[in-house]
Write a protein that binds this ligand. Structure first.
Ligand SMILES: [Zn+2]
Ligand SMILES: [Zn+2]
Length: 262
């Protein structure tokens, strides 16, 4: 059985907890060790129980607390080679127990199988993850998506639970306060995923067995939780998929992403 929680989500820091009977792993550590410990405590988990941290990409909102947390608690870090090279270039180092992987890799942590897949984004490399438990429970994580590739769709299809990016409302970006270059970046194929694109992806996934969807990495300036939620909810409703459990991740509080663990 899988349980998943978004501990923090958005440009101010990202961290996701996935746990099973035997194992507990984090995806990204974009907040301080202390903030992550506080969030873990709210789901009754001590940081000493974390078996590994998997990094999606080297951007600060995903790696801000990584050095501290991995060294202090000697937690193995799994990261792709391009992200690692860029991360180290930025002057930070991980615990000696870190593992640098190819872009597409798979590892087992206790009773969990973890597999990566590439996601287009303006990082050295960004990856999503598929996590599978022994009982067949399967979930997917995909954020910081410039656009939805066939590879992303193929990987996420069949996951009972997904955490996917619903970053911005395109109209809000266009009419918002950001400088032109930043608007271009967000809307580009190496930027972030809009609510509309996310809704399309979610309808496809829900048609193929996904039962719990958590919308993540919302922009504070170019989105609102209600707008993100209603865009995907409406699309699911129009497709006759209103029974799907839809939630929105929060920048500063823990949100359960699975049907179990609520
Ligand atoms: Zn990023
Ligand atoms: Zn990010």
């Amino acid at each position: 059985m899988l349980e998943a929680y978004t501990l923090y989500s958005g440009s101010s820091g990202n961290c996701i907890l996935v746990k099973s009977k035997e194992s507990a792993i984090l995806f990204d550590a974009g907040k301080s060790a202390r903030a992550i410990q506080t969030a873990l405590a709210s789901v009754n988990l001590d940081i000493s129980k974390i078996n590994a941290i998997f990094v999606t990409h080297e951007h600060g909102d995903h790696t801000g607390g990584l050095e501290m947390i991995s060294k202090k608690h000697r937690i193995p870090v799994h990261i792709t080679a391009p992200s690692y090279a860029n991360y180290v270039r930025a002057g930070t180092f991980l615990s000696q127990v870190s593992v640098v992987h190819d872009v597409i890799y798979g590892v087992n942590i206790g009773d969990l199988k973890i597999k990566s897949f590439p996601i287009p984004h303006d990082a050295a490399q960004n990856v999503g993850y598929i996590i599978e438990a022994e009982n067949g429970d399967k979930m997917g994580i995909a954020t910081d998506m410039g656009f939805v590739t066939e590879e992303i769709v193929n990987n996420l299809t069949g996951c009972g639970t997904v955490i996917v990016e619903s970053n911005h409302d395109i109209k809000m970006v266009r009419s918002g306060p950001y400088p032109a270059f930043l608007k271009e970046r967000i809307l580009s194929k190496h930027g972030h995923l809009s609510n509309e694109e996310c809704a399309g992806l979610c309808v496809h996934l829900a048609k193929n067995g996904t039962r719990a969807i958590t919308l993540a990495h919302l922009s504070r300036e170019n989105n609102t939780p209600i707008l993100a939620f209603s865009t995907t909810k409406d699309a699911l409703y129009k497709a006759g998929l209103e029974e799907v459990c839809l939630r929105v991740a929060s920048p500063e509080s823990v949100v359960c992403a699975t049907l179990q663990g609520e």
